[in-house]
Design a protein around this ligand. Structure first.
Ligand code: GLN
Length: 260
């Protein structure tokens, strides 16, 4: 892992960062192959870098985190150069479909509905939808969410499930998880439903909020490619299998997430 970070850092120092400046998207090229040569071409990854520890902006304004490192390891295996673009979570699938990006790694949950428009790789991690409330909240279980104002990140499974279970009128959508949590801290919503790992990061950064000790839904995270792009799907699955086998994926996850 040291090698990866050093490689990323040297790319930053080499001034490889690229800002597109359009549509608020932020693209950065990161080390893929050690040679720096892109014989295998460029792997254009899309993500939403407001989902720590899977993806976040580091102090150099580069996308860092579990997904960025896994993607860098995959690109390395495939001899490709990795380029990461940050965008809204609900723009990711459209970006795949319009061939703006080749792959999504964004803590994206495998769902049947999404699988109608994209092809998912094998899963590389799991997530749990949890409920964040202010300390002392009357909400103590998912049943208590009925009739409450629930903050979610637009287009995520938390949004989809809460809208289905508790009604659109009770769900307030935010552009990202941090904004949903800020609204909770300000009393604009009664709770936030979001994935457990970002929830931990957001609660750690905000006084007076707690994660309920009750799981809402458990999910599998996978990378996604455009529907029918079996060539890339097969290559990524093969690279991922090798990276699971040799312990690379566990090591990357373990660097950011310590077992509870
Ligand atoms: N796992 C959730 C989903 O796929 C949230 C992902 C995210 O916000 N990056 O909808």
């Amino acid at each position: 892992m040291k090698k990866l970070s050093a490689a990323m850092l040297s790319m930053v120092l080499a001034g490889s960062m690229l800002l597109t400046g359009c549509g608020g998207n932020n693209t950065n090229a990161q080390a893929g192959a050690d040679t720096g040569a892109a014989e295998g071409g460029t792997l254009r990854m899309g993500t939403n870098a407001a989902f720590p520890p899977y993806e976040f902006m580091d102090e150099n304004n580069q996308v860092a985190g579990i997904d960025a490192e896994i993607a860098a390891a995959i690109a390395d295996k495939l001899g490709m150069e990795l380029q990461i673009t940050d965008m809204a979570f609900d723009s990711l699938i459209p970006a795949l479909q319009s061939d703006t990006i080749d792959i999504v790694l964004a803590g994206m949950t495998v769902t049947e509905e999404r699988a109608e428009s994209v092809d998912f790789t094998d899963s590389y991690s799991t997530g749990v939808q949890v409920i964040i409330v202010p300390e002392g909240s009357p909400i103590t279980t998912p049943d208590d969410l009925a009739g409450k104002t629930i903050g979610v990140q637009s287009g995520t499974t938390g949004d989809i499930y809460c809208t289905g279970d508790y009604g659109q009128e009770n769900v307030k959508q935010f552009e990202n998880g941090a904004m949903a949590v800020a609204a909770l801290a300000n009393g604009q919503v009664d709770c936030v439903v979001i994935d457990n790992e970002p929830a931990k990061a957001f609660v750690a950064a905000n006084e007076g909020l707690v994660i309920l000790d009750t799981e809402y839904i458990t999910e599998d995270y996978a990378a996604a490619v455009n529907k029918g792009n079996t060539e890339l799907l097969d290559k990524v699955n093969a690279a991922m299998a090798a990276l699971k086998e040799d312990g690379t994926i566990d090591a990357i996850v373990g660097k950011y997430i310590t077992a509870a």
